[in-house]
Design a protein around this ligand. Structure first.
Ligand SMILES: Cc1cc2nc3c(=O)[nH]c(=O)nc-3n(C[C@H](O)[C@H](O)[C@H](O)COP(=O)(O)O)c2cc1C
Length: 457
């Protein structure tokens, strides 16, 4: 807090300015280090509105957590750690007539010395401060009537349950809701998701979690880096060098020439013609066919054939292009309609396009933004309709096949590209208005014309 009323939040060498505030608001804000009741700034006074603005700015930057405590006890019952920038504790109303059950995506686990309650559907994580709350949560694996919980006098806090309901960790069952089992999770698009797949998807991407992501070297102090090449097995050895000739076919040469390109020539960007050729070579649907039912009475299933392999011939991957610099094609977001070999424009804000390109530039530690950023999204249901347990891993394997196809085609065409390992699934969901569990990003590839290396004379 500075003398002129400016408040800045600093964390390591990162800092954000939160605006200028009155002396009274600064005094009130000092309480934030120990706790400020939400109700204390809901009023209409100037002071309340100032504190409310400050608190919401802190929340948007992920700098707040919310403590739920019994007024009689000092001990935290629960501390809420937001996982998405929009999270704000809200209560979804429950009455004594309601029946609630835990979502099948909810899980309790030990984190350090704490017990945390999480769900890939929730915008926040709940740190459980009292074992009795964990016991009540365990009882909620079966539907429970609120009135019954009240009657049993379980350690029960309606406020907490309403927060959990808002976060979709608890579900309210209506009269037709059955026992809250798989198909009744409240969203038909979740039926096909296995628990571990949805957790993996949200925990291995950015946007729906607040944990550090990417090259963090978390345990570098404790564990040395494994070597680049595996130490040999001690068994007898057949030296292959005398059997294999130096690779010389055009394909072998292409494989040897392939490399990642992160620096693009923005004076000579990739052209629409080249992009069309690239997509035709790598991703176009070449033919469509129908397969007989997999089981008696099962439905007929439609298939397509494309240039890369795909598990179960599912071809669940879709391409979304964030175009920043392509000759003949306006800046914007496009879906590649692989069936009819066409680009379809999707309205996205300039700010969102910029955020996506800048994130890709950051991930590549590149001097500029990619000319075209290809986001590979999966239609999750297309593959999980058939496969359980391995569905998500198959999707990631398909992405690998596609990325190598992109690399080789780009090399063949004299273009350059680079795979990108981190993706923000929340930003993509906002850009496309597609919910994160229906169709979402699983890979990215930056495409462009690489800068020619200057050969010293
Ligand atoms: C799945 C995958 C993810 C990758 N993610 C990134 C990334 O986020 N940033 C980056 O600069 N390079 C990324 N790369 C590129 C690798 O760093 C690169 O392939 C590797 O260093 C070998 O170099 P080469 O491709 O030039 O042969 C990724 C590659 C793959 C296959």
């Amino acid at each position: 807090m500075q003398a002129d009323g400016n408040i800045t939040a600093s964390l390591g060498d990162y800092s954000v300015s939160l605006g200028q505030f009155s002396g009274a608001a600064m005094d009130r804000a000092r309480n934030l280090s120990t706790g400020l009741p939400l109700a204390s700034f809901t009023g209409k006074s100037l002071l309340a509105r100032e504190v409310d603005a400050l608190v919401h700015r802190l929340a948007r930057h992920g700098l707040l957590e919310y403590r739920l405590a019994s007024s009689r006890e000092e001990q935290d019952l629960v501390v809420i750690e937001p996982q998405v920038p929009e999270y704000w504790p809200r209560r979804a109303k429950l009455s004594s007539r309601d029946t609630v059950v835990l979502s099948r995506f909810a899980h309790l686990r030990r984190r350090g010395n704490e017990m945390v309650l999480e769900s890939p559907r929730a915008g926040a994580l709940f740190r459980i401060g009292h074992p009795a709350i964990a016991a009540t949560l365990a009882a909620l694996s079966q539907p429970q009537k609120i009135s019954e919980l009240n009657r049993q006098g379980a350690t029960f806090n309606l406020y907490l349950f309403e927060l959990l309901l808002d976060s979709q960790i608890l579900l309210k069952l209506d009269a037709k809701g059955g026992q809250g089992l798989r198909v009744n999770e409240g969203d038909g698009n979740l039926v096909l998701w296995d628990f571990h797949d949805l957790v993996f998807h949200t925990r291995s991407t950015e946007g729906r979690q607040a944990n550090p992501v990417g090259a963090t070297f978390t345990y570098a102090d404790a564990v040395p880096p494994p070597p680049a090449v595996r130490p040999s097995w001690p068994g007898s050895r057949i030296d292959l060098r005398k059997f294999s000739a130096e690779p010389s076919s055009p394909f072998a040469t292409l494989l040897r020439e392939r490399h990642s390109t992160r620096d693009f020539d923005d004076k000579h960007p990739v052209t629409l013609g080249e992009l069309a050729q690239f997509l035709d070579t790598t991703a176009r649907v070449m033919s469509e066919w129908k397969g007989g039912p997999y089981f008696d009475g099962g439905p007929e299933v439609t298939y397509g054939t494309r240039p890369y392999p795909s598990a179960g011939s599912a071809y669940e991957l879709e391409l979304y292009l964030t175009v920043s610099n392509c000759e003949g094609l306006a800046r914007g977001l496009y879906h590649y309609d692989a069936g009819s070999h066409a680009l379809v424009a999707i309205t996205a804000s300039a700010q969102q396009l910029q955020a996506q390109s800048v994130a890709a530039q950051f991930a590549m530690d590149a001097p500029g933004q990619p000319q075209i950023l290809i986001t590979i999204a999966a239609r999750f249901g297309r593959i999980s309709w058939k496969y359980s347990s391995i569905a998500y891993s198959l999707i990631l394997k398909d992405v690998g096949c596609m990325i190598q196809t992109f690399y080789l085609a780009a090399t063949d065409m004299g273009l350059g590209g680079c795979a990108i390992g981190s993706i923000n699934i929340d930003l993509f969901a906002k850009m496309t208005a597609l919910e994160f569990h229906i169709e979402g990003p699983v890979g990215q590839f930056a495409l462009g014309r690489g800068k020619k290396l200057e050969v010293p004379s």
